[in-house]
Design a protein around this ligand. Structure first.
Ligand code: CA
Ligand code: ZN
Length: 297
């Protein structure tokens, strides 16, 4: 049962954003989201170069979770993602490996019966959340940026049925999300997925005083550590260090055994990597779930 319906937007992750709702632990909330262009693009005639860039990447919220303090972990259980009946995808000037080989183009993509229609083909959608996170301790991050607090991670495993764990930096956590994609390929090569408005239903929980540095994702079958950096080796180092620490703590192994295990069972996967781009790229490092040894509980 949805207990709160949230419809207000912000364009930054910041401890200074005024909460639009206050909820207690265990509350189920529904958030109405605009697409990453704030729904400004509705036809193929509208090029990305024509929209107002002061209003891109809105996130719905923030929601203050009572009883949450720095050092806690916010657990966001994604119960449902509903998307609109059409989305937009566009090339972005100077972004992605093929920007010099293509035109600036907008393509409206109709969504019907769980399928996207692109030119003369249809394929199943995989509704996912591009922007999701909590406030940083200080400073203001545009919602289009990924960082230790979450933000624009563009991780196509953040879908209904997944749980995302965030390190809490400020009282109340200040949770927000937006930037749904009807579907998006790993790496989001040209810089957009099927950008789409919609509604997300989540249940919010808290784990008291548990240390993680960055977001952790639990899917049906895997645990992932997510990290960002301008270049791939730095992002990989952070994601694998985070995973090594969690395995050492949860499995009772030393760091070397954890590393060996990560090499034989772990996967490096790419979330967002539309290079060249001024944005950090985002990787996720995943290991299979083991019922007896949850990485976070
Ligand atoms: Ca995005
Ligand atoms: Zn997006």
């Amino acid at each position: 049962m949805v207990e709160k319906y949230v419809t207000k937007y912000v364009y930054t992750f910041s401890p200074d954003n005024e909460p639009v709702e206050k909820v207690s632990q265990g509350t189920t909330i529904k958030l109405k989201t605009l697409d990453c262009f704030s729904n400004q693009i509705t036809s193929n005639d509208q090029l990305i170069t024509s929209i107002d860039f002061d209003h891109v990447n809105p996130a719905t919220g923030p929601v203050y979770i009572e009883g949450t303090e720095p050092g806690d972990v916010l657990v966001v259980d994604i119960l449902d993602i509903q998307v609109s009946d059409q989305g937009a995808t566009t090339t972005l000037p100077e972004i992605g490996p093929l920007f010099d080989k293509v035109e600036t183009r907008t393509k409206i993509v109709p969504i019907k019966d769980g399928k996207a229609e692109f030119n003369d083909i249809q394929f199943p959608i995989n509704p996912m959340i591009g922007v999701i996170g909590v406030a940083p301790k200080e400073g203001s991050f545009p919602c289009g940026f990924p960082a230790f607090h979450g933000g624009n991670m563009d991780n196509n495993r953040i879908v209904a049925g997944s749980k995302v764990y965030f390190p809490v930096n400020v009282p109340g956590a200040l949770f927000q999300l937006g930037d749904l994609h009807a579907t998006m390929g790993d790496g989001e090569i040209c810089g957009t997925g099927i950008e789409i408005a919609g509604e997300v239903t989540v249940k919010i929980d808290i784990i008291k005083q548990f240390k993680i540095e960055r977001p952790v994702l639990e899917t049906e079958d895997k645990w992932y550590c997510i990290a960002n950096a301008m270049e791939y080796p730095a992002a990989l180092k952070l994601a694998t260090e985070d995973m090594q620490k969690l395995i050492v703590a949860a499995y009772g192994w030393d760091a070397t055994d954890a590393y060996l295990y990560m090499s034989i069972q772990g996967d490096i996967e790419i979330c967002q990597a539309c290079k060249p781009s001024e944005l950090d790229l985002v990787v996720r490092f995943g290991i299979p779930k083991n019922k007896e040894k949850p990485l976070i509980k």
